[in-house]
Design a protein around this ligand. Structure first.
Ligand code: FES
Length: 101
């Protein structure tokens, strides 16, 4: 496991995705019902940053063609997105959010 610092917990707002770049990796962080989740931030349909999209009911809606992904599992739940997005294990220690990339 390679945990890397991603953000401070206080940077996260419920239902508002936060983009972070970790090396070459585009990651989106989410605060959902008080729990932090992390996914790859690039849509699997075409190139769009999911963090520019709309978060609702535990899903992130892609801003380009409105495909949707479950942020807890990465599963594509609405066309035209069909392939899942990667999800990362999250570890929170106090105010520090780390993810395993
Ligand atoms: Fe995301 Fe098309 S680029 S649904």
């Amino acid at each position: 496991m390679a945990l890397v610092f991603a953000a401070n917990l206080t940077d996260l707002v419920e239902d508002e995705p936060l983009p972070v770049k970790l090396g070459d990796e585009h990651v989106a962080l989410y605060l959902l019902d008080g729990k932090v989740h992390a996914t790859h931030n690039v849509c699997t349909h075409q190139f769009a940053l999911l963090s520019d999209g709309y978060m609702e009911d535990g899903c992130i809606e892609c801003p380009l063609h409105q495909g949707k992904f479950d942020i807890r599992t990465g599963v594509a739940v609405c066309a035209p997105a069909a392939q899942p997005i990667r999800v990362y294990p999250v570890h929170v220690e106090g105010d520090v959010v780390m993810i395993d990339i």
